[in-house]
Design a protein around this ligand. Structure first.
Ligand SMILES: [Zn+2]
Length: 420
């Protein structure tokens, strides 16, 4: 990044490498197809777990979760079992744009609410509870309101019918593009980053529209990605030969069949004891419990000193982790093993926030989503069509792209590419 060149980054949230490759080959995404020939197009490993909040935090900081401090969409507040939802203020490392000399326009990057002052403009993305606090500088708010800009779909409504889903996807995308045009012209930024998030919503609600070619909504699924391709082309064509273009996703997507309730398995295995009535509250965790789970496969030891009913001393941790590892390796649903990989935190995380990390992170076999519900029901059919996996993609067109893109990139490698 330097003053004379421009960097354009377009995120397509939740789009796996395999989907982009197939859509490019089928002619649904002709511009991305041409970029594959001009640049480097590779699978990119998502964060562990493969969740937008963790992954985008690594993409924009270049740091590991142990350094930036975001381990999931949810987190326990210190010395309690009360759930909190980390936001941009929880991020412990600066995003790359904080150190930029030139103007930056940042639009709809997940987990960047509320935006912080920068040289340029920042419209934060999912989750942005209030539009008026999602805009920096606030002087741009009137423009967004006049446009009827929406940060996200109304997912509850979109779940009601495919017609509503695709109508909302279309409207939200059109307004995001209109906003992007306006901000590009107004700021003439050195760095422009925009994330499309409809791609993740369509993946969760309509992955079967993609996989089942005879599905009545198959064509609409393709049309949406055709539209995204046109958006990439619209902005990428404004770049010169020395500029950098990065198109990427934060994680992949695949069909989901069952949701596995890890806490129910921990109860059955004698690791977790629940009291109380309120189904959703983790303060039902009783003394004597040794482990519990939060969503997306995060397993926490019930540490003494860290949690109110903590029962596990430091000296017991290693043996307990061995026991849990053996337990999860054998965990089955309808006879089939659930877990594909079990990561100990020291193997995947480093940095000053390591002690807040989950002790284990489980990665499930295909189609199984690992839930953190407090229930005794071991598993249930999934209410959604698609779930995340770790297969993101990275496409880079830049001078020296061959040298700067690693052979097997991860989300932590993006900052070094764009700040070269
Ligand atoms: Zn998602």
């Amino acid at each position: 990044m330097n003053a004379e060149t421009r960097t354009l980054i377009i995120g397509i949230d939740g789009a796996p490498f395999s989907l982009i490759q197939e859509l490019a080959e089928q002619g649904v995404m002709p511009y991305l197809s041409s970029l594959r020939a001009d640049g480097i197009f590779r699978p990119m490993r998502s964060s562990i777990p493969a969740v937008s909040s963790v992954s985008w935090s690594s993409i924009i900081t270049g740091c590991n979760p142990g350094e930036h401090g975001i381990f999931g969409f949810t987190e326990m507040m210190p010395e309690s079992y009360v759930m909190s939802f980390p936001n941009f203020l929880s991020l412990k490392r600066p995003p790359f744009w904080a150190e930029q000399a030139g103007k930056c326009v940042i639009i709809n990057v997940p987990s960047t609410y509320p935006p912080q002052p920068l040289n340029g403009c920042h419209i934060s993305g999912f989750v942005s509870p209030r539009l008026d606090k999602a805009v920096y500088p606030v002087s741009e708010l009137a423009k967004l309101e006049a446009m009827g800009y929406e940060v996200d779909l109304d997912v509850a409504k979109a779940k009601q019918s495919d017609l509503v889903l695709y109508k909302q996807l279309d409207e939200t995308h059109a307004k995001r593009e209109e906003l992007a045009d306006y901000l590009w012209d107004k700021y003439d930024p050195a760095v422009f980053m925009m994330v499309v998030t409809g791609s993740d919503r369509i993946g969760h609600l309509g992955w079967h529209h993609w996989e089942e070619e005879s599905h009545p909504s198959h064509q609409q699924f393709l049309d949406y990605f055709r539209r995204v391709d046109e958006t990439v082309a619209r902005f990428a064509r404004r770049l010169g030969p020395r500029d950098t273009l990065v198109v990427l996703s934060d994680h992949g997507m695949e069909r989901t069949t069952q949701e596995v309730n890890l806490n129910a398995h921990l109860i059955q295995g004698g690791f977790l004891k629940l009291g109380g009535e309120d189904k959703k509250k983790y303060n039902r965790i009783q003394a004597g419990s040794t482990a519990f789970a939060l969503e997306d496969g995060r397993i926490y030891l019930n540490e003494r000193g860290r949690f109110p009913n903590g029962s596990v001393d430091e000296s017991e941790e290693d043996a307990l982790l061995d026991e849990l590892t053996a337990f999860f390796a054998e965990m089955r649903v309808e006879g089939a093993k659930v877990v594909a990989k079990i990561h100990r935190r020291e193997e995947i995380y480093w940095g000053e926030h390591l002690s807040r990390a989950p002790h284990l992170v489980l990665v499930a076999n295909s189609g199984l989503k690992l839930m953190g519900r407090l229930t005794t029901e071991l598993y249930q059919p999934s209410a959604l069509s698609g779930m995340h996996n770790e297969q993101a993609f990275l496409l880079v067109r830049a001078p020296r792209a061959e040298e700067i893109v690693p052979e097997a990139p991860t989300v932590e490698d993006v900052v070094p590419i764009i700040t070269q």
